[in-house]
Design a protein. Structure first.
Length: 166
């Protein structure tokens, strides 16, 4: 909850906006945005949880794969992705091909990823090796993400920073 609270401070959220919550897990981010900002959130699945919160008119559950999203270009006022982009967006062209086109021109995309303080230039340190798994190879530094995203012609980076809650 601290992550979405802090991330939303950097976004221009207004009542009635259409927000895409990509990779929203247990829908906590969707529920927070719908309740706190009165936006309509399109989230992947978990309709039962949405109904239990009384938000079925504010959160639209969608079953979709991140590379085959069923939305028209420029349908959303804003898109967010909290703690999931590192699994789906490490491809060089993901932002350009799949996410940015869904958001209206000049609008916002807010992303939070678990990250490294700095890249491992000589491999994973000996101290971390017992805890490191192959699927953790999607963890990167702010500089790495910045360099990936700056190549997207359809988006401009406003901020790339460590959140205060970390």
């Amino acid at each position: 909850m601290k992550i979405i609270e802090e991330l939303s401070e950097s976004l221009n959220l207004e009542k009635g906006m259409r927000v895409f919550d990509l990779g929203c897990g247990k829908r906590l981010t969707s529920i927070f945005l719908a309740k706190e900002y009165a936006v309509t959130v399109f989230a992947t699945e978990n309709y039962e949880r949405i109904k239990s919160m009384g938000l079925e008119d504010k959160i639209i559950p969608i079953h979709a794969e991140a590379h085959d999203l069923p939305f028209a270009n420029e349908f959303f006022d804003l898109a967010i992705c909290v703690d999931a982009y590192n699994y789906i967006g490490v491809e060089e062209d993901y932002l350009t091909k799949y996410l940015a086109p869904l958001v209206k021109n000049e609008e916002q995309i807010g992303v939070e990823v678990p990250r490294l303080k700095e890249e491992f230039t000589n491999g994973v340190s000996v101290e971390l090796q017992p805890y490191w798994f192959d699927d953790m190879n999607s963890l990167h530094s702010c500089d790495w993400w910045y360099n990936l995203w700056k190549n997207c012609d359809s988006a401009s980076i406003q901020e790339c920073k460590e959140l205060q809650c970390f």
